[in-house]
Design a protein. Structure first.
Length: 256
């Protein structure tokens, strides 16, 4: 193990795993709620549109919540056809109102069949002991109800080798727990050690600069490689270093 590199990653983690960084991050959206179901729904939808400018993501995700009467879990369960038609005015980049409606209906089906997204992931993990298998099964189940094929592009496929950054980020929010108050730690039946790093452009660039990642593509093989290396530094909580890598990549004042 490179102890100097671990020390650097630990310092960066300590710098960025703090609640003062929540406000400008998509995780601020589920943080607006206290109920588990609200956090699951709000977190999933905020993660689903989390690409591009962070301020734009947060602004759009908050608009999503307003279109759902600021009661995301209840809206998923109870929204009428008229209310569902109302949300089709939403747009965030290529995620349009039809995608929003189809995602709400898919979440409703997950609630009716499995008791919600969290219950689905926890039950699947206990059966498979593999987050990768859970991601594959979730996409298949989520898209099994009637929907416009356009929405499928917004749910990455691990079976096609995608990095699944947004889903990995969502699982990090829901599973990871520490005393910092950023991630929620709601899904206690999934161990933090089983999580995978949310890999995006910023994380990939910093990881390569530090010699943590050799693969040039930001795909699932790169996710596996980087997570495997990070587990050497912290076997129980490898994805805490997402704060280190993403924070360093986004902070113009950070010098590695």
């Amino acid at each position: 193990m490179d102890h100097e590199l671990k020390a650097l990653l630990d310092r960066l983690w300590d710098r960025y795993d703090r609640t003062e960084f929540i406000e400008e991050d998509p995780i601020s959206v589920p943080h607006r709620y206290t109920d588990r179901k609200d956090r699951e729904v709000a977190g999933f939808l905020a993660a689903a549109i989390a690409w591009g400018n962070r301020r734009s993501i947060v602004r759009s995700a908050r608009r999503m919540m307003l279109l759902m009467d600021d009661r995301p879990a209840d809206f998923v369960r109870e929204a009428s056809d008229r209310e569902l038609e109302f949300v089709t005015s939403f747009v965030h980049r290529t995620f349009n109102g039809g995608d929003f409606r189809d995602f709400i209906l898919a979440l409703r089906r997950m609630e009716e069949r499995f008791g919600g997204v969290g219950a689905f992931f926890e039950d699947r993990y206990e059966k498979t002991h593999s987050v990768a298998e859970c991601l594959a099964d979730f996409r298949e189940e989520f898209l099994s109800s009637e929907h416009d094929p356009h929405c499928e592009k917004h749910l990455s496929s691990i079976r096609r080798g995608a990095a699944c950054k947004r889903l990995c980020m969502y699982l990090k929010w829901m599973v990871r727990r520490d005393d910092r108050g950023v991630d929620f730690g709601l899904w206690t039946r999934i161990p933090m050690s089983a999580l995978y790093i949310p890999l995006d452009l910023h994380v990939g660039e910093v990881a390569r600069e530090l010699g943590l990642l050799t693969r040039r593509q930001n795909d699932w093989k790169a996710v596996e490689e980087l997570t495997r290396v990070l587990r050497e530094f912290d076997p129980e909580d490898p994805v805490r270093y997402d704060f280190s890598l993403f924070g360093a990549g986004m902070d113009p004042h950070c010098e590695l």
